[in-house]
Structures are given as C-alpha cells and as structure tokens.
Design a protein around this ligand. Structure first.
Ligand SMILES: Nc1ncnc2c1ncn2[C@@H]1O[C@H](COP(=O)(O)OP(=O)(O)O)[C@@H](O)[C@H]1O
Ligand SMILES: [Mg+2]
Length: 197
C-alpha cells in the first residue's frame, strides 16, 4: 500500500502523521517512509533518534521501494494543483491532515475542491491536533465535514505534548516517557487500522 500525506497548509501534522502511520504499518509489514519535503523534517526526525522503519530521501525511492510492503510519503506544504494530480495518481490513498481551526479547514477545503475536479475517490481527511474539552473545535469541524459529505477518518488525532517530545527525541510517540504517550499512540493506531481494514 502506498500512502501519501499532503496538504496546502504547513504545520497541520503531516510529518507527525507520516511518521506514526509508518510506525503502525511497520508493525504489520516492512514499511518505508519517503521524505518528499525539501525541508527534510522526517529525515531530521529519524536522525535525532531512532525510528524502527527506514526513512529515505525521495531521490532514493526507485532503489528502495521494491523491498517494502508499505510506503508512506511525506510531502511539503502547498503542492500546486498539477502536483496534486500527480500525488493522488501516485498512491493508493492520499491522507489530508487538517487542524480544526478555520484557516486550516479553509485550506483543506481548497485541496478537496481540487481533488473533486480530478474526480478521484482516493483520499481521506484526518483531523489533527484536536484541543481537549471544553473546546468544541474538533466536534464542530467533524460535523461540518460530515455535513459536506466529505471522506473523513472515524478516528482523529488529539493534541498531546507527547507528539512534540517524540519529534524532539527522534522517536515514535509510543517510546516517549509521558503520561499521555499511550493515548497519543492509540490515536494513530486507530487510523492505521482504518487504513488497513
Ligand atoms: N497531535 C498533535 N499534538 C500536539 N502537537 C502536534 C500534534 N501533531 C503535530 N504537532 C506539532 O505541530 C507542529 C507541526 O507538526 P508537523 O507534523 O511538523 O506538521 P507539517 O508537517 O504539516 O508541517 C510540530 O511542532 C508538531 O510536533
Ligand atoms: Mg512536515
């Protein structure tokens, strides 16, 4: 399975999503994370610590891809529309993360509008960095997207400091010593299961 993580906006959890979907899929079958962002955030994450799966530069992908069952591709923010067509054509599933705030949701809706023009079904929206109660942002975003009949994961990723600790330490959130690390990992595990089901 080839999964690409993309969005028009930066800072919505693309790299965090790519790393943790790779970590989940790797528990099932050999998984490769291709770093398609010139900022090399996923590569730096791996270099700061250790991740259980291989992370490579996109320029190396032709050489490595055949040895892996699952491939996850992290991308830079804001692909041009023609990029989007190539991105969605090059994977089995395009995962579009969005935080539940108006700016990010607007940017995500632009991406989705472009995808609808391309007449593709290979994409799903992932709500990320959901603030805890009493904030209603997550629920309101979900209702808005469901009302618009857009493809949305049932699961969602809550806001946990453990994710930032994981990025700093260069590990998966499941390896971080933090009281919420188990809950944080569970959020991505659920998404991984939805993808493979
Ligand atoms: N679920 C989350 N909870 C808390 N912080 C998060 C979460 N997901 C991402 N972050 C933090 O938000 C920032 C942007 O995330 P990142 O994955 O790098 O986004 P992108 O790749 O879209 O730019 C990083 O500092 C990251 O640690
Ligand atoms: Mg990134």
């Amino acid at each position: 399975m080839i999964i690409t993580v993309a969005s028009f906006k930066g800072g919505v959890g693309k790299t965090t999503t790519a790393v943790h979907l790779s970590a989940y899929l790797h528990t099932k079958a050999p998984t490769l994370l291709i770093d398609g962002d010139p900022n090399r955030s996923a590569t730096s994450w791996a270099k700061r610590g250790s991740l259980p799966f291989k992370v490579i530069d996109e320029k190396q992908s032709a050489r490595y891809a055949r040895d892996f069952e699952h491939i996850v591709i992290d991308t830079q923010a804001r692909p041009q529309q023609e990029d989007l067509e190539a991105l969605v054509g090059g994977c089995d599933l395009l995962v579009i993360p969005s935080t539940p705030d108006a700016l990010a949701l607007d940017a995500m809706m632009l991406t989705v509008a472009e995808l609808q023009k391309l007449n593709t079904q290979n994409y799903r929206i992932l709500l990320t960095v959901i603030p805890p109660k009493p904030s209603k942002d997550g629920r309101e975003a979900r209702e808005m997207l469901a009302g618009a009949e857009l493809p949305l994961f049932n699961g969602e990723i809550r806001r946990f400091v453990a994710f930032q600790k994981a990025a700093l330490a260069g590990v998966s959130v499941s390896e971080v010593s933090d009281p919420k690390s188990g809950m944080a990992w569970l959020d991505y595990k659920k998404i991984g299961k939805e993808i493979l089901s």
